[in-house]
Design a protein around this ligand. Structure first.
Ligand code: ADP
Ligand code: ZN
Length: 707
């Protein structure tokens, strides 16, 4: 485990394990089979990637989609890990190249789809090398009950027959118990240890608002997320097209995505999103699978999802990086009617099943308790916190309610007078005294309730209507018609008092613009990240995550050592981008008088990191690597390396080997004499003694050789 922790920091640049990562890795290292069920963003990939780096042989990762494989492979490569994928889409020469790398043991992780793995030629090749671990990602694909069943996943057992002794880990983010059981039954991973973590995504803010003016509500919501990525889900393709056109006309950076677009368009739009060329995707449920983008900051449901599972899955695409992210749903009874309408085409049993799921979704929308309670209950989990502080209901606790009996009486008698034959829109029009032709044609201007609700706005009435339905003082019939029930009469007769709110529901969730980090610097770094990413044809999040940029804009690191303390920065990335980062950071900090605060991150860690570096440099020097080479390797000046070596010796370690010095023997002798005369502690007297003819680097090297 020590090694695992070291890899976590040195290779991935993370300080701590998250959730169950540590125990899962420990089990795998003990060669135990594992089934891991953890929500999106909990860091499942590291659970097999770290063991893969510790094991001698190959780790095979089964993945259903080429886009997922590619994404993982480039992320690993960016961290300096040897990984590759096998797929029929590869050009033959590249395919062969990957095969050769496998045979030469030059790859630690191999990604492939089940159908590729089941090919005889693949099995032949893999049998020639040492396979230490099989990781089955997106393991829910094995279940017909899941949302993306893939028959080939069922055949993985056949593949595993060829590698019966190899440790296997199956991973999924699917929370439904039936799918979990299916994974355990069908994957025949014998004696596996089961790890299930809570499905609460505690960095997601959840909010539900009545939908009354969807376009302005959408605009109001997305306005909070300048330059950030987000998704808007709509019910139909038509809705996607019109909303994305509207938003584009208003100047937002959006693209549509649905099954009606050509393959090319879909691919192009998805890529634009992943590369931060476009901020927002307006989509049907067709969008999402295969998107690994960790920095999606918001998900807006413009329309009601059909069930909790799709809702959870879609909001789950926000905030995979663990940073606070925002989910809003615009709820309208009209949407329920729409969904029900489409159910009419289904068989009776299907209809019943889907209605039940829809009702659970509606209950979730209507609940006045913490949203996390029904959400997690749906997945069989009990949420025990008193207040989650991240849902509208919890944030709204303690808000004053007022007597709304009169309003209810007005509304209900209007429902009665219009014959319990109309939806809320019509009832409200009559209440407000509208001259709409639908009102006049029916002579509803002559009703005693016509115009008695003028004192409130249309929005207020629809908000009230929502409360009335939720409180059960009236009901929704077919086609969205409002019907009275026994409770209605209690209210109408004045036997019961009703409490609620008259004030329009407005979003209560403020996007907390973190004042903690330097937003200007963040912006500069974000632009720089985009430039680097475009040049390398990578998604920006692969170059640096948002977390890395936030760390940089908080701690103002200005040396290589400080960079090592930042989240997500390790050896490979610092080697590749360190100089560029430091150029930007030092210039910004000089202009704005910012000092390097990275020591605050964790004083202890800094020491560890420094001494770790010391050991590493010394080890390499012992192996005969020259100072010049070490400078190249760590991208530092000779002075730093030699100082490291000197410190190492001064710490009492033995370090044989001398630094080669390009001077004549006589000259070296004279300098050594001077050291003996003037002392070996300080360099300046020696430097002055020779009138600056010998550089500090040379003097330091000689000093080292004399120790
Ligand atoms: P999942 O597959 O469970 O959705 P990922 O493996 O994609 O999650 O990880 C989500 C994000 O969290 C990634 O950006 C990953 O690099 C990051 N991450 C994973 N483990 C850690 C950790 N221990 N500390 C910090 N960040 C982590
Ligand atoms: Zn809550």
């Amino acid at each position: 485990m020590k090694k695992a922790k070291k890899i976590l920091k040195d290779v991935f640049g993370y300080d701590e394990f998250r959730f169950k990562q540590e125990s899962i890795i420990e089990s795998i290292l003990n060669r135990k089979n594992v089934v891991a069920i953890m929500p999106t963003g909990s860091g499942k990939s590291l659970c097999y990637q770290i063991p893969a780096l510790i094991f001698e042989g190959l780790t095979i990762v089964v993945s259903p989609l080429i886009s997922l494989m590619k994404d993982q492979v480039i992320q690993l490569q960016e961290n300096g890990i040897k990984a590759a994928y096998l797929n029929s889409s590869l050009p033959p020469s590249e395919y062969q190249n990957h095969i050769n790398l496998i045979l030469e043991n030059k790859i630690k992780l191999l990604y492939a789809a089940p159908e590729t793995l089941l090919l005889e030629k693949t099995i032949n090749i893999l049998q020639q090398v040492q396979v230490d671990l099989i990781a089955i990602d997106e393991a829910h694909c094995i279940s017909e009950w899941g949302h993306d069943f893939r028959p080939e996943y069922r055949k993985l057992n056949h593949f595993r027959d060829y590698f019966p002794e190899v440790t296997t880990i199956a991973l999924t983010a699917t929370a439904t118990p039936i799918v979990q059981q299916d994974i355990q039954h069908n994957l025949s991973v014998p004696d596996s240890e089961l790890f299930i973590s809570s499905f609460d995504r505690n960095n997601l803010f959840l909010e539900i608002l009545p939908k009354n003016d969807p376009l302005s509500q959408t605009v109001e919501f997305i306005e909070r997320f300048k330059n950030q990525s987000g998704l808007i889900y709509c019910f139909s393709r038509k809705q996607v097209d019109s909303l994305s056109a509207d938003l584009r006309d208003l100047g937002y950076s959006v693209l549509p995505y649905h099954a009606g677009l050509s393959d090319y368009e879909r691919k192009f739009h998805q890529e634009a999103f992943v590369k931060d060329d476009v901020n927002i995707i307006v989509a049907t449920i067709a969008f999402g699978m295969g998107i690994n983008k960790p920095d999606v900051r918001f998900v807006l449901h413009h329309d009601l999802p059909k069930n909790i599972e799709s809702y959870y899955q879609q909001i789950g695409r926000a905030g995979r990086d663990g940073i606070d992210s925002y989910c809003q749903l615009l709820f309208s009874y009209g949407d329920i009617v729409k969904i029900k309408y489409f159910l009419k085409e289904k068989t009776e049993t299907e209809k019943m099943k889907e209605l039940k799921l829809l009702n659970a979704m509606i209950d979730f929308c209507e609940t006045e308790e913490c949203r996390r309670i029904p959400l997690l209950k749906y997945f069989g989990e009990e949420y025990l916190e008193q207040n989650c502080h991240k849902c509208d209901n919890c944030l709204n606790q303690g808000k004053k309610k007022q007597d709304i009996t009169i309003e209810a009486q007005k509304f209900l008698s209007c429902v009665k007078r219009t014959g319990e034959m109309f939806g809320s829109n019509h009832v409200i029009k009559v209440l407000m005294g509208s001259k709409d032709k639908n009102v006049l044609n029916r002579n509803h201007q002559n009703l005693s309730t016509y115009g008695i609700g003028k004192d409130l706005s249309r929005k207020q009435w629809s908000f009230l209507n929502r409360q009335f339905l939720r409180k059960g003082i009236c009901e929704l019939g077919d086609y969205g018609v409002i019907k009275l029930n026994a409770k209605s009469w209690e209210i109408l007769k004045g036997k019961e008092t009703l409490f609620g709110t008259l004030i329009e529901e407005k979003s209560k969730i403020e996007v907390i613009e973190s004042k903690e980090y330097d937003l200007d610097l963040f912006e500069i770094l974000r632009k720089m990240r985009k430039e680097i990413a475009d040049k390398a044809n990578l998604p920006p999040y692969v170059v640096f995550t948002d977390r890395t940029l936030i760390d940089l804009s908080f701690y103002y690191p200005q040396t290589k050592d400080s960079l090592f303390l930042m989240n997500g920065l390790a050896e490979q990335k610092i080697k590749k981008y360190g100089t560029q980062l430091l150029d930007v950071l030092t210039e910004y900090c000089r202009k704005n008088h910012k000092e390097d605060l990275s020591y605050k991150k964790n004083v202890r860690k800094k020491r560890v990191s420094k001494s770790k570096r010391l050991m590493e440099v010394a080890e390499k020097f012992k192996q005969g690597i020259s100072v010049e080479k070490l400078c190249e390797l760590y991208q530092v000046k000779p002075n730093t390396i030699i100082q490291h070596l000197i410190n190492y010796k001064k710490n009492g370690n033995s370090l044989k080997g001398k630094i080669t010095i390009n001077l004549s023997k006589q000259e070296v002798q004279r300098i050594e004499d001077s050291f003996l005369q003037l002392g070996t502690e300080r360099l300046k007297p020696i430097f002055d003694n020779f009138d600056g003819n010998y550089s500090y680097d040379i003097l330091r090297a000689i000093q080292f050789n004399m120790l």
